[in-house]
Write a protein that binds this ligand. Sequence first.
Ligand code: ADP
Length: 547
Amino acid sequence: MQNSMMHLPLVIGSLADHVERFHAATEVVSVETTGEVTRTGWGAVIGNARRLASALEMHGVMQGDRCGTIAWNTRRHLEIYFGVSGGGMVCHTLNPRLAAEQLVYIVNDARDRVLFIDRGFVPTIAGLIDQMPTVKMVVMMGARDEALAAQLDGLQFYDELIAQGDAAFQWPQIAETEPSSLCYTSGTTGHPKGVLYTHRSTLLHTLAGNSPDGLALSARDSVMPAVPMFHVNAWGVPYIAAAVGAKLVLPGPKLDGESLARLIAAERVSLALGVPTVWLGLLQGLEATGADVSCLKRAMVGGTALPPSMIAEFRDRYGVDLVHLWGMTETSPLGTVNQLLQKHVALPPEAQAERRLAQGRPPYGVQLRLVDSAGHVLPHDGVTQGELQIRGHWIVDTYYNKDRSALTFDGWFDTGDIATIDPDGYMVIRDRSKDIIKSGGEWISTVELENIAIAHPAVANAAAIAARHPKWDERPVVIVQRHLRMEVSEEEILACYKGKVPNWQIPDRVLFIDNLPLGATGKVVKARLRELYGEVLMPETAEAEPA
Ligand code: ADP
């Protein structure tokens, strides 16, 4: 039977063709690792991506080969995204903050053939290259620099490499089911695992994730991913921005509040994306700089739960709508986005804010369900908590280099999160299953305890952990980081819990720390806090504790 409709493969090359043809002049602004701000357009970015793909081909890089990146959010990184994937190779983003041992593990697991690195990482890679036998080519993402060339034998320079390439290079024809990019989970427990995205999964994520109730980016937006390009492809923003032709503002290595506040004001950023710690920093940066960020309309927040106090602060002081997202490396990452339904529009702002604390609803293409520990499916009543499972067009099936499917017997992926889902489909993450506090057989949500502490004006950030307890197995302890030069006592924080949670959920202790340990993607490393404070409630430790 003849096809009744055209069948064109969903491939990243087609996205590059589109943005080059229809949005060539739309700006791409990049803060380089040198601090310099460069300004090009989508046309120039894709031209360089073509040059890169053809140069890699000339150097014998084959389709399907993994090309690693160790880099911040810059224009060259964007060109690599499109050039490598468009050219049929796999763009493998690595997290620069990983320990050397993990970098080596991941490069070897991925069998990366090429590494593209920012200038600051040349010494690290020079010290590790002997342990990375599959890497045949290391490319510093910049112009030639003799001092760097002297540090690593055979180091190539990106600007010279692409100068050898052809700006009219045509993307090879590849099947949409071929891999396009690779990203590893952060591996806080055990070895990191690779998730290999396909062209098709990426394109479907791009199209569905950008629906009006999703990220809703348009050609009128100036969008700044303050989420790194190595954190699940900057949540898909480079692809989405290309699909709609949005102005893209790449903030480089500096994600501190003051740098971001200035960049938002200078580039009239209308939409920004990042983890809550970045937005906590931005609030302080706005205060310090007094930058005019009236251009900023929306900020998308995900990665960890959005502290409720932030919604009101952004809304009332800066007119910014915080939109909550949830996802993970295994889900490309968009799993849910929180936008209101028609029936919520007339609600007063406080009631709307309450609604928006949920992690959101799934876009078309993603299905969610809750199950109990025996695998029985639970109701979506907004109350029953269960393990959150997901399936859809951009959800992992099998981890990279693994033979066994990562799915349940009936084809769902278990997220490791504990959640509720209400009858309208709003999902709320109650905790990660490895973080939740199990006190005398009952569960206590660390997220809820943290939100209460963070709402105190002297608290910069807070993390709740399960501390071992002789009678209740585990009890909550909250670790608080105070704002600079602000004081607050344990009693004052504990008083905040009265009436907000049942008495038995009130933390046993509040401890203070100068800086909460943050992982490479800006999330608090609770495993480290459990190591430090997990025993404070045990009699022998409590007695040994200094007064
Ligand atoms: P990791 O946190 O291990 O580095 P990911 O970046 O893939 O890896 O994170 C996925 C996890 O992050 C989710 O399973 C969930 O626990 C947490 N997460 C992501 N977004 C949110 C959110 N909006 N609220 C609460 N938790 C979130």
